[in-house]
Design a protein around this ligand. Structure first.
Ligand SMILES: NC(=O)c1ccc[n+]([C@@H]2O[C@H](COP(=O)([O-])OP(=O)(O)OC[C@H]3O[C@@H](n4cnc5c(N)ncnc54)[C@H](O)[C@@H]3O)[C@@H](O)[C@H]2O)c1
Length: 240
């Protein structure tokens, strides 16, 4: 339906985990939701959450072009862009191939450039907002995570650059999650207790913050990074 009167949201990687929680939250908040995900097996899950599913690799320029043109034709507007798709390859740097490095950078960082560039006209018309999903790993690391950490540092920087370029029409903010349980892991009491907030994070924790950053109550907030990690990055780790 071209020119829908409902606000429209596009969520990359929105068929599982944090992105799926954001899709459910925005659909229940009155958005028409489009989920772009590389995994076609997850189409039914996205549709059950109330979204239109588009199979797309958001690191691919032609796929992003088709995706955004499709929204212009079907929904006719775009008010909210959530750049959430992300992958991690954990390997010693000596074993990390250039193609693996490039796949992580394309999925986690280049996708945001491609999506923001393609969606700019519709987002400006709607006076919309972008939320990017980085990570606390933009600022701290475990060994063997070079590509992921570099990509997420790039996401934080790209967020403030976009906020300056697209403002005042479009606000752009970033969420850096800590440990969010997206696979129903067997969590121990120690897993929860190590967090100052007393528990491991849930996808819904990030969805609530994303909904706020996309909505009218955050109208004075742009170019910012919000850490949602249960306090882990504020914790001294000296041993007694
Ligand atoms: N879960 C965490 O603890 C955590 C912590 C910090 C940051 N993050 C970030 O949050 C985001 C979501 O993570 P998650 O844990 O929900 O991941 P997930 O693996 O549960 O879901 C990611 C989704 O993205 C899709 N995807 C992957 N590559 C894609 C591509 N090229 N194009 C389109 N879709 C693609 C996958 O098919 C999947 O449905 C990622 O950017 C991740 O780096 C997650």
């Amino acid at each position: 339906m071209a020119g829908s009167s409902f606000p429209t949201a596009l969520i990359s990687g929105g068929a599982h985990g944090i992105g799926a929680a954001i899709a459910r939250r925005l659909a229940s908040g009155g958005y028409r939701v489009v989920v772009a995900d590389i995994d076609p097996a997850r189409q039914a899950d996205a549709e059950a959450a109330g979204a239109r599913f588009v199979a797309a690799d958001v690191g691919s320029e032609p796929d992003v072009g088709r995706l955004v043109d499709g929204i212009a034709a079907a929904e006719g507007r775009l008010d909210a862009l959530v750049c959430n798709a992300g992958i991690m390859i954990r390997k010693p740097i000596a074993e990390l191939s250039l193609s693996e490095w490039s796949r992580v950078l394309a999925t986690n960082l280049t996708s945001i450039f491609l999506l923001a560039r393609a969606a700019e006209p519709m987002l400006r018309r709607a006076k919309g907002a972008i939320v990017t999903i980085a990570s606390t790993r933009a600022r701290m690391s475990e060994p063997n995570t070079e590509a992921y950490a570099a990509s997420k540092g790039g996401v934080v920087a790209l967020t403030h650059a976009l906020a300056l370029s697209l403002g005042p029409d479009v606000r752009v903010n970033c969420i850096s999650p800590g440990w969010i349980d997206v696979r129903g892991e067997k969590l121990t009491a120690a897993d929860h207790a190590q967090h100052p907030a007393g528990r491991v994070g849930r996808p819904e924790d990030i969805a609530a913050l994303a909904a706020f950053l996309l909505g009218p109550e955050s109208g004075f907030v742009t170019g910012a990074e919000f850490v949602a990690d249960g306090g882990m990055t504020r914790k001294m780790i000296y041993e007694e």
